[in-house]
Design a protein around this ligand. Sequence first.
Ligand code: SAM
Ligand code: DTB
Ligand code: SF4
Length: 319
Amino acid sequence: MSALRHDWQTSEVQALFNLPFNDLIFKAQTRHRDFFDPNEVQISSLLSIKTGSCAEDCGYCPQSARYDSGLTPEALMPVDKVLQAAQQAKDQGASRFCMGAAWRQPKDRDIERVVEMVQGVKALGMETCVTLGMLTDTQTTRLKAGGLDYYNHNLDTSEDYYSEVITTRTYQDRLDTLARVRDAGINVCCGGIVGMGESDKDRANLLIELANMPKHPESVPINMLVQVEGTPLMGTEPLDPLTFIRTIAVARIMMPTSRVRLSAGRNSMSDEMQALCFLAGANSIFYGDKLLTTDNPMTNHDLALFARLGLHAGGSSYA
Ligand code: SAM
Ligand code: DTB
Ligand code: SF4
């Protein structure tokens, strides 16, 4: 079992992507079995705690105030409503509850309300994750002291392709927040989106950014772009599903102890495609009828899929 690596080069990662499909999947599944029960999938549920009216211009996102996606904006939710949703997610079998807010960056008083949510969700016996945009050192320290388990902040794509998708903040801004989260001792959930018109090299370089961090993110969400009417990326040429599966496999090989999450976009994937993603090393999903604002597969469909594949829910990402 070789050690974890943090020195990946573009050419070797592109070579992994270009392996014959069977060789790539075999390599990924073998690596997967070095560290994980191959039939166990961690399940996380999402809730949008503050929706829409976001100041950023992320070209994929229905929550940006700049695009007309038909979304009704909603202010920060009251804590008791959030805890009701968390209890429901727990009853349906989720082990982690992820709360997302459409902010460029939260205000310090917002953090206090989020800390109350985190404490309430932890008291239900669930792991907690929040995604709130860019953070200061004071805010990461406060969230850690409040008991937060994970912070989600995605790099989304390669540094080269980033400016094609987002202009209102830089790649370095994202890396800076991720370093603050890591330094505060919070587990990192960081991944990206594919199917935004990026190249093979961009997908390789996104995974290199993640794997060459001083410590691999404990959770790596791989999202397939959900195309939303009104957003600039609506109408993008859809990605070949096999390229998506290859992306999962390469992520698994490069970050063998991380939870690789089959994230947004499952609603447009067949059961057979999802089965191949699990074979390629995905071992986490977003579970529940909604992602943040868009639809996710119905829970009874997922439960039936787990039964057909002999998968069981469980595990955490503490590598
Ligand atoms: N505003 C905060 C931020 O951007 O960090 C937190 C919420 S934001 C909606 C969380 C992540 O959702 C984004 O970084 C992006 O990776 C993902 N996302 C948003 N819209 C998406 C879409 N249409 N398809 C796939 N992933 C999407
Ligand atoms: C992540 O990587 N994907 C989630 C979560 N982290 C916050 C969000 C997906 C959002 C998809 C579009 C929507 O539902 O608004
Ligand atoms: Fe705002 Fe986050 Fe959507 Fe970007 S991804 S527009 S920061 S909610």
